[in-house]
Design a protein. Structure first.
Length: 220
């Protein structure tokens, strides 16, 4: 799950980003309205946390712009405490939920999770394909009932492959699914992780489509 976090209070933003990452989200940060609007339009996100008071362009303008462009990504806005006007304007502009500042991080996590669940982009609890069982709540993987130990990156990659089982996924797409935009790594690292997953799960479970990418086949 990839979240765009828009907040110009850097300390708050980094604290929130750290908690979100602990929960398993990939997080991109934007600190002003112009960058936020641009990133949002890339449409790579499962959800957005949007502060309304931003330099460059206000969160409300950004949100109105996105909705005007037909962007349906779930948005949770952060509003000034006790400002019912902001909440109303935000909801009218197309926000899905709001949270008044200051708030507890636990509440933000719970609201975001609820929002993603309602919008249908929340992760399924259990994926079972070709003898591989991936429990998204426990973050556990089993192969024919036998527990398989994966690193965090291997897990992210496998989850993405399984969530898109039967689709051919390019190296670029897999790279974007597991790394954040500002992480500068060689895209060929994907090959290394694919090899490790094959070692652990059986090479037949991830197919190579020459010149196109990789596929977690549905039937075998
Ligand atoms: Ca602000």
């Amino acid at each position: 799950m990839r979240i765009l976090l828009v907040e110009d209070d850097i300390q708050l933003a980094e604290g929130l980003a750290a908690s979100l990452r602990t929960e398993g989200y990939s997080v991109d940060l934007a600190a002003d309205g112009i960058e936020a609007q641009y990133r949002g339009e890339e449409s790579l996100y499962d959800g957005v946390v949007l502060d309304l008071g931003l330099p460059g362009r206000s969160g409300l303008e950004v949100l109105r712009h996105w909705r005007g462009q037909g962007l349906a990504v779930p948005v949770l806005i952060l509003t000034a405490r006790d400002s019912w006007q902001e909440r109303v304007e935000g909801l009218q502009a197309g926000a899905d939920d709001y949270l008044g500042k200051p708030f507890h991080q636990e509440e933000l996590l719970a609201r975001l999770q609820a929002l993603l669940r309602r919008s249908g982009t929340q992760e399924q609890v259990m994926l079972s394909i070709n003898g591989v069982n991936l429990d998204e709540q426990a973050k556990e993987v089993r192969l024919e009932e036998r527990p398989v130990s994966l690193t965090a990156t291997e897990y992210k990659l496998l989850r993405y492959l399984m969530r898109h089982a039967g689709e051919v996924l390019s190296k670029q797409k897999l790279y974007e699914a597991i790394y954040e935009w500002d992480e500068d790594r060689d895209i060929n690292i994907i090959e290394v992780y694919i090899r490790r997953l094959r070692d652990k799960l059986g090479s037949e479970r991830i197919e190579t489509r020459r010149g196109q990418g990789y596929c977690f086949p549905i039937t075998r």
